[in-house]
Design a protein around this ligand. Structure first.
Ligand SMILES: [Zn+2]
Length: 102
């Protein structure tokens, strides 16, 4: 079974230094998987997905992010991708599973 790997990307969240864990796009990823992962990377780096999604940061998530080591990813701030966005979990999840050979 193939495994999706991740890497750390330096970014800023609300002007604060942060590190985001982003997926590495496999060389053999089919187009839908490639686009979904590419959008996840773009969203993490720029704070906005091409579909318009932004980070959903609750007060609890923000508190966790602020208390964390800026060099380590800790808090998880999900993006509210639109239903038709290739990065939406309900679209990207099956693509990942298919690529993994499940
Ligand atoms: Zn999106």
């Amino acid at each position: 079974m193939r495994t999706l790997t991740t890497e750390l990307l330096r970014t800023t969240i609300r002007g604060e230094r942060a590190v985001a864990e982003v997926p590495v796009i496999p060389d053999d990823a089919p187009p839908a998987l490639r686009e979904g992962l590419r959008r996840r990377r773009v969203a993490a780096g720029l704070g906005r997905c091409p579909c318009g999604a932004t980070r959903h940061i609750t007060p609890a998530i923000w508190a966790a992010l602020c208390q964390s080591d800026p060099d380590r990813p800790t808090g998880h701030a999900p993006f509210n991708h639109t239903a038709d966005c290739p990065a939406h979990a309900e679209r990207l999840g099956p693509e990942i599973e298919h690529w993994q050979g499940k």
